[in-house]
Write a protein that binds this ligand. Structure first.
Ligand SMILES: Cc1cc2nc3c(=O)[nH]c(=O)nc-3n(C[C@H](O)[C@H](O)[C@H](O)COP(=O)(O)OP(=O)(O)OC[C@H]3O[C@@H](n4cnc5c(N)ncnc54)[C@H](O)[C@@H]3O)c2cc1C
Length: 368
């Protein structure tokens, strides 16, 4: 392999996965350039729970203090029935032999992305670069952009999301699978949650059958991320009315509905909930899929962004420890596929009144 410093690494996509890969590589002294189609980076308003294995990545990248400043520590999650009685209160699970890891750090996605992107060295983030084609020549690849530019790379990391054009041209062409549900997300001020959000950094999920409404506190912003999941018709940008949304929420308690009724409807962002069937091959000798491009999953386990960030770290670690790009990519795929595909499967389980645990993942890890 060329020396790590000479490798030409192109990351396609500057979302949470692509930005993490760049920062993880940089932390290991390996340069990577990120090419993002959008003229600027941004994330729509929704909260994320950053889980302990991901927090370890931030420590590895020297970004833990930055993460700490914009996130709050949560110890519990609650599932509450439509009629507002508490069904489950459960500590975040310990999934390793480190008992101090029973937590999640709650954060707004924009703050998460800003924290990561802020650590990409100057000159390594290229906006307005929509990748149109990746031609894999075996030991290098050509990347063509819509703006007319073409580059060559020894390693292309495709972090271009669930609809990944790179995956669909270099690997198998697969289409997102629609779950039948839409997610309607909005940020409200804490006082506007009418007591439905916890004061103690507890992620609350109100459930009505397979329908759910998440209240995720973002104390550093004095805001609550509200995320309503209800059935709907597939459209990438669903057009629904406030009336439709409130009708689909009939089974929730009156206060939860009141919160949505009081919300400025233009602030609600609606998206179809889609995932992918497991993909057999994530890597060639030169091209690797990471994040949603490799394993998009439903949001029910809150693991999609976590998996994307951990992929970035795993790929960087494999590259730092290998003698060739091909060897590194094989190690990366072997390390990440089992865990990501497990979460893809578990994420198809919706939180319901019948759920015995808020964390079905626990059955798959030996708890300390
Ligand atoms: C409602 C909802 C709630 C969620 N909640 C959580 C949660 O609590 N916890 C959690 O861990 N995850 C959560 N997720 C999942 C998480 O948001 C995703 O898994 C994560 O954002 C994936 O990151 P990514 O970088 O792989 O892809 P993306 O975020 O989709 O980023 C892909 C990037 O690639 C760019 N791109 C695409 N095509 C091209 C191209 N041709 N050329 C150049 N650039 C391109 C895009 O513009 C984008 O910036 C949730 C998802 C949803 C829908």
């Amino acid at each position: 392999m060329k020396t790590k410093n000479d490798l030409r690494i192109a990351i396609i996509g500057g979302g949470i996965g692509g930005a993490s890969a760049a920062v993880a590589l940089n932390a290991k002294g390996i340069r990577a350039d990120v090419y993002e189609q959008a003229p600027e980076l941004g994330e729509v308003g929704a909260g994320v729970g950053v889980r302990p294995p991901t927090v370890r990545c931030f420590k590895e990248w020297g970004l833990f203090e930055s993460l700490e400043k914009v996130s709050t520590l949560s110890k519990h999650m609650e599932i509450i029935a439509g009629d507002d009685h508490l069904l489950i209160k459960e500590a975040w699970p310990v999934l390793t032999d480190d008992t101090s890891e029973a937590f999640a750090r709650l954060i707004h996605r924009a703050d998460l992305l800003d924290t990561i992107v802020g650590a990409i060295p100057e000159g390594q983030l290229h906006l307005d670069h929509r990748c149109e084609a990746v031609i894999d020549h075996g030991d290098y690849a050509e990347v063509k952009f819509a703006n007319g530019k073409t580059i060559e790379a020894d390693l292309v990391i495709a972090a271009d999301g669930i609809r990944s054009p790179v995956r669909n041209s270099v690997f198998e062409s697969v289409q997102p699978v629609f779950s039948g549900y839409l997610a309607h997300r909005v940020l409200i001020n804490t006082e506007e949650s009418l007591g439905m959000a916890s004061d103690e950094n507890i992620l609350r999920i109100y459930v009505d059958g397979d329908n759910s409404c998440y209240f995720l506190p973002l104390h550093n912003r004095n805001q609550i991320s509200v995320d309503v999941t209800v059935p709907g018709k597939f459209e990438w940008r669903p057009e629904i009315t406030q009336q439709d949304l409130l009708e689909s929420m009939q089974g929730f308690g009156p206060t939860v509905r009141k919160v949505i009724e009081n919300t400025k409807f233009e602030d609600i962002v609606s998206r179809p909930l889609c995932d992918l069937e497991p993909i057999d091959k994530w890597t060639t000798n030169t091209v690797a899929l990471i994040g949603d491009a490799a394993h998009a999953m439903l949001h029910n386990q809150g693991q999609g962004a976590n998996m994307a960030m951990q992929d970035g770290e795993a790929l960087a670690k494999a590259l730092a420890e290998s003698d060739s790009v091909a060897e590194a990519l094989q190690k990366y795929e072997e390390a990440r596929k089992p865990i990501a595909q497990l979460y893809q499967k578990l994420s198809r389980m919706f939180p319901t009144e019948q759920a015995e645990t808020a964390f079905p993942e626990k059955a798959h890890f030996s708890e300390a």
